[in-house]
Design a binder for this molecule. Structure first.
Ligand SMILES: C[S@@+](CC[C@H](N)C(=O)[O-])C[C@H]1O[C@@H](n2cnc3c(N)ncnc32)[C@H](O)[C@@H]1O
Length: 366
């Protein structure tokens, strides 16, 4: 028995639907795997310490299933998140993102009969399936079909709020609905790169503050999804062209979460990074800001250097990312776990490097 199995007393099999989705190299997207027609493959996916994709493209008709929109998260991560949440018997818990209902069942198991679990799911079909799975397995939890950015005021105050979809801006409702001294655990990060598991404690003044930690790649909450620009050929022809001063390893640092990407995202507002490895020789790095309609691209070709930078719009996103990279280098190359976040009662998000009263603190434009 692996460590995570010992830490998760409710098996996930009963919560995973009969049709799930797996990588499909042919379409470069996802293809369905049915328990009925491919039982061994279905079981191997459910038994693995990996996320299981349970919905694609928000459940709508599609040609190619590219976007996973609901999943049952990786078991070892689920166990780590439950530990970080410090759930105790008798507590009132709010979960955002019911998905399969498995995490709600695990929460229920931890809070015991004196506790209470409410879970909010935006997708009506997904919510209904979670409701059924919880009822069938005998786990009492209230499943609410709603946009979780509003929390669930009827059940407040909560001792703990846990989000299983990621956010760029922590919704004020979550803080307002958590008692003073309570905890909010959420995957949090900018649009530049992945998220960090962030744990905030709610203070008597209505703010919430804490630290960023482990890297996570959760799906974004609907309402906070990232969007990209797709410039026309005419726009491209008019783009500013410069030459990269950075060499290959530095460009890789700039897009790696474990290297500079988390910091660059904190210093370059509203910048969505996309990386497309077209083949072993070609990597396209693009930066997008929909608000100002600014866009930048570096097309890297293995073995060649320097590369051309194309930049469009009022912001020169590549230059901003480049300056943020220099800041990262000159401040000890901080990883995500050196940052802290405070969300004030007015909703502003302030980050700090290392100590709360240290030299480097700034407010984010979320
Ligand atoms: C990673 S899955 C959750 C996994 C789930 N906790 C489980 O145990 O299976 C994320 C879920 O968040 C839901 N979601 C996305 N945006 C949401 C929102 N604004 N409010 C509530 N749920 C949302 C998605 O539909 C999806 O089902």
């Amino acid at each position: 028995m692996t460590a995570w199995r010992a830490r998760l007393p409710v098996p996930r099999e009963a919560f995973v639907p009969p049709v799930i989705w797996d990588d499909d190299p042919e379409s470069d997207g996802f293809a369905p795997v049915s328990r009925e027609s491919e039982p061994a493959r279905w079981r191997a996916l459910v038994d693995a310490d990996e996320p299981v994709v349970t919905q694609v493209e928000d459940g709508r008709d599609h040609d190619i299933a590219r976007a996973p929109t609901s999943s049952c998260s990786r078991p070892s991560l689920v166990a780590d998140m439950l530990d970080a949440l410090e759930v105790r018997p008798g507590q009132r818990i709010l979960e955002i993102g019911s998905g399969t209902g498995w995490n709600a069942a695990l929460l229920r198991d931890r809070v015991g009969s004196a506790g209470h679990v409410t879970t909010v799911e935006i997708d009506a079909d997904v919510a209904e399936q979670a409701r059924r799975a919880l009822a069938t397995t005998g786990h009492e939890a209230v499943v609410v079909t709603a946009d979780g950015s509003g929390g669930h005021p009827a059940g407040a105050p909560y001792d703990r709020v846990i989000a299983t979809a990621s956010v760029r801006a922590v919704p004020q409702a979550w803080i307002d609905q958590t008692r003073s001294g309570g905890l909010i655990l959420t995957p949090w990060g900018t649009d530049y790169g992945e998220d960090a598991l962030t744990r905030l404690e709610v203070r008597p003044d209505g703010s919430a503050s804490g630290r960023c930690g482990t890297r996570l790649a959760f799906m974004r909450m609907r309402g906070q999804r990232r969007h990209h620009l797709d410039p026309t050929d005419a726009e491209l022809a008019a783009a500013d062209r410069t030459i990269t001063s950075r060499r290959g390893p530095e460009l890789f640092d700039m897009v790696e979460f474990s290297r500079a990407a988390f910091t660059i995202g904190l210093r370059v507002p509203h910048c969505y990074l996309t990386v497309d490895d077209r083949d072993d020789e070609h990597r396209d790095v693009e930066l997008h800001d929909l608000r100002s309609r600014s866009w930048a691209k570096v097309a890297m070709v293995r073995g060649e250097h320097p590369w051309t930078v194309h930049q469009l719009g009022p912001r020169h996103l590549w230059d901003e990312a480049d300056a943020a990279y220099s800041w990262w280098l000159s401040n000890g190359e901080p990883a995500a776990d050196r940052y802290g976040l405070t969300v004030a009662p007015d909703g502003s998000h302030a980050v700090r490097l290392d100590e709360p009263d240290g030299e480097h603190r700034w407010t984010l434009d979320t």
